[in-house]
Design a protein around this ligand. Structure first.
Ligand code: NIG
Ligand code: FE
Length: 384
């Protein structure tokens, strides 16, 4: 058994409130020990047990590796021209996804995999140690299945998103596409996916179509996620709650009833402030959700259209500055919250029995993630 001890941690944010002060369970002058990649001890540096390898982090702040519970890293091409047009007044619409679909269908398996690997490596350098990855830019049985094979190269948290948008060739007969997604496409994709997701939105799928696809996915043994209430008010959140989805993502436009329904459910609200930043949208009501008792996660939504970033530190800064979370709440949402969104009890928290996914910051406190926006503060990442 190989053991490692991280010592001289000036501030340890465990993300478990039972372990220390506040929502982040803060400890000062702390140490963490792991054996074979699993944490076996957390406590004061002064009483740290000996280990095969001792890592002195020099008084730095240490946090759990980020859990990014919503990304779309399997695609080809890019849409900087669409972004530039948006910044001069062209509104964002779900249909832009079709541009990436054309490029993705034309790309080789190797190119799709290489792009996903490049983005996963970029995320890891910025402290993301657990990543969810969706398909959704193939939209044929063949292209969705190979997108999930590419996603599987970077994570086990793969999500079938055949219901991202109705592809052009089905524009006149969307219900045939829904039947394809819930039938043949699901059967081909389920072996490569842990989750299924549906984009419930004007210009994408309505609530009944979403319910059809999610019911079939549940019968196929997949966990459920929903893209809901991104571009306007609608039934995405209530469908997610009705179906017992693990997470409903975006949640930009919520009624009081939506918030109440989430608060009375086990569905996590996974907020993606990068999409709101890059589409110049209003931000999701994170403060109201948190105060209502909803479990909140924040994620990057990395995709070439609405949020082309892998930076969880940026999400934390936006969640604090634009969405009203405290720095501690935002870091919790990016770690333990992401783990809850993915129904994972082995990551997202620094506690005995969890994986040793640790991030040391080039800063004395986790607060610097919001206080020093845009600065590369992730100094070291350990992933088991
Ligand atoms: O999460 N909402 C749907 N899907 C992506 C956007 C995809 C795109 O524009 O390519 C999102 O924002
Ligand atoms: Fe998304």
């Amino acid at each position: 058994m190989a053991s490692v001890a991280w010592t001289n941690i000036g501030e340890l944010a465990t993300a478990d409130s039972s372990m220390g002060e506040g929502v982040l369970g803060l400890l000062t002058d702390a140490a963490v020990v792991a054996e074979d990649g699993v944490i076996t001890w957390v406590g004061p540096a002064a009483s740290c047990p000996a280990a095969d390898e001792m890592v002195d982090v020099g008084g730095a702040a240490v946090i759990p590796g980020f859990v990014d519970a919503h990304t779309h890293p399997v695609f080809a091409g890019e849409r900087s021209a669409e972004f530039a047009a948006r910044m001069t007044g062209t509104p964002y619409a779900a249909g832009g996804i079709r541009t990436t679909v054309a490029a993705t269908r034309a790309a080789s398996d190797d190119a799709l995999r290489a792009n996903a690997e490049r983005l996963a490596a970029e995320a890891l350098r910025q402290g993301t140690t657990t990543l969810e990855a969706k398909s959704g830019y193939g939209l044929t049985v063949f292209d969705e299945a190979r997108s999930l094979v590419a996603a599987s190269a970077v994570t086990d948290e793969t999500t079938f998103l055949g219901a991202h948008v109705v592809p052009e060739e089905y524009a006149e007969r969307p219900d045939d596409y829904v039947a394809l997604v819930a039938g043949e496409m699901l059967q081909a994709c389920a072996p490569h996916a842990r989750w299924a997701d549906v984009f419930v939105e004007r210009g994408a799928f309505d609530v009944d179509q979403g319910r059809t696809i999610l019911s079939a996915a549940r019968d196929a043994g997949l966990g459920l996620r929903v893209h809901g209430n991104q571009l306007g008010f609608g039934g995405g959140v209530s469908l997610a709650v009705e179906m017992g989805a693990a997470s409903v993502d975006h949640c930009t436009h919520l009624t009081d009833d939506d918030i109440e329904a989430l608060a009375g459910s086990n569905t996590v609200a996974t907020l993606v402030p990068g999409a709101e930043f890059s589409t110049r949208s209003t931000y999701a009501p994170a403060r109201r959700l948190w105060d209502a008792g909803v479990t909140v996660a924040i994620a990057s939504d990395c995709n070439p259209g609405s949020s082309f970033t892998t930076s969880m530190p940026l999400m934390i800064a936006l969640a604090v500055r634009e969405m009203g979370l405290s720095p501690a709440e935002a870091v919790w949402a990016a770690t333990a919250g992401g783990a809850a969104s993915l129904r994972r009890d082995d990551v997202g928290v620094i506690a005995v029995g969890r994986r040793a996914h640790l991030v040391a910051l080039d800063a004395p406190s986790y607060v610097h993630l919001a206080y020093r926006p845009g600065v590369p503060l992730v100094a070291h990442v350990w992933r088991s």
